[in-house]
Design a protein around this ligand. Structure first.
Ligand SMILES: [Fe+2]
Length: 274
């Protein structure tokens, strides 16, 4: 009698929410020539809307264990059987890298109360953001004219007139997933945590210095004679600003091996030191 061929573990078990999100992103974003449709964006927003901090291995402080595939009854245990990441206790902005390939990235920014992520852009990107817990104050802008070219030249600094999309708008979890586009939705934004909070981000395509998609930071100056607009000028990151890195403790992802560009832990962040 022929041996049975068992399906992979992730097929036997119910799909974790983060796996479902990855699979959807892989399906939608793996054709870079085609921009995602409105229907596809709505689908991804719906998946993100259903996610909790525990679904990505983070303790959101709501007593929830992972609500996806885990059968654990211990609210403090993550899907790997270890503790959930105690992100509410972090004292620095901390990035939890989940996945990055050529087409998209997934990760979580965890903020202590009062921390600010300075005004920055997302060149040529679509970004979906889900506030997992807490409250955050958001200021965002879109360029009035077409986005300036990437600041590939040291002598060229991005600057220009921008329209205010959100002015010190406070978002409180639970709330709907937001989406920004290359020219709308608030492509440049800044966050200040009102309480400890965490934001799950999906970026497509990811930042890439080599491919002309660097992260650029800005100063914004309001224009008294032109309410609703501001002048944005590229600036350096404050010297005392840094983002720590923390390990991803959520459900293990099964990634599409058609691609060999999987990047491991992002080197742009300091080591987790909580
Ligand atoms: Fe951002």
């Amino acid at each position: 009698m022929a041996a049975l061929a068992f399906p992979p573990q992730h097929i036997i078990m119910a799909l974790s929410k983060v796996q479902a999100l990855y699979d959807a992103c892989d399906l939608v974003f793996s054709s870079p020539a085609a921009a995602p449709t409105v229907g596809e964006i709505r689908w991804l927003q719906h998946l993100l809307d259903g996610m909790r901090a525990a679904d990505v291995g983070i303790d959101g402080g709501d007593g929830e264990s992972t609500s996806s595939s885990s059968s654990s009854s211990d609210d403090e245990l993550g899907p790997k059987g270890g503790r959930l990441l105690p992100a509410r206790a972090f004292t620095r902005i901390t990035y939890v890298h989940i996945h990055q390939c050529a087409d998209f990235s997934m990760g979580v920014f965890c903020f202590p109360a009062g921390a600010t992520l300075p005004l920055h852009d997302h060149p040529e990107m679509v970004v979906l953001s889900k506030l997992l817990y807490g409250s955050v104050r958001v200021t965002s802008y879109d360029w009035v004219t077409a986005p300036p070219p990437p600041s590939c030249s040291a002598t060229t600094r991005k600057s220009g007139l921008a329209r205010v999309v959100a002015a010190d708008e406070v978002r409180r979890a639970p709330c709907k997933t937001t989406v920004l586009f290359p020219r709308s939705g608030g492509n440049m934004h800044a966050f200040t945590a009102v309480t400890p909070c965490a934001i799950l981000d999906v970026l497509t395509p990811p930042y890439s210095e080599e491919l002309g998609r660097p992260s650029t930071y800005f100063n914004d100056t309001t224009i008294p004679s032109l309410p609703g607009f501001a002048f944005l000028e590229e600036t350096e990151l404050p010297e005392d600003f840094s983002v720590a890195g923390a390990p991803y403790l959520g459900p293990q992802l099964t990634v599409n091996m058609d691609y060999d560009d999987e990047e491991e832990e992002d080197d742009d962040y300091d080591d987790y030191d909580e």
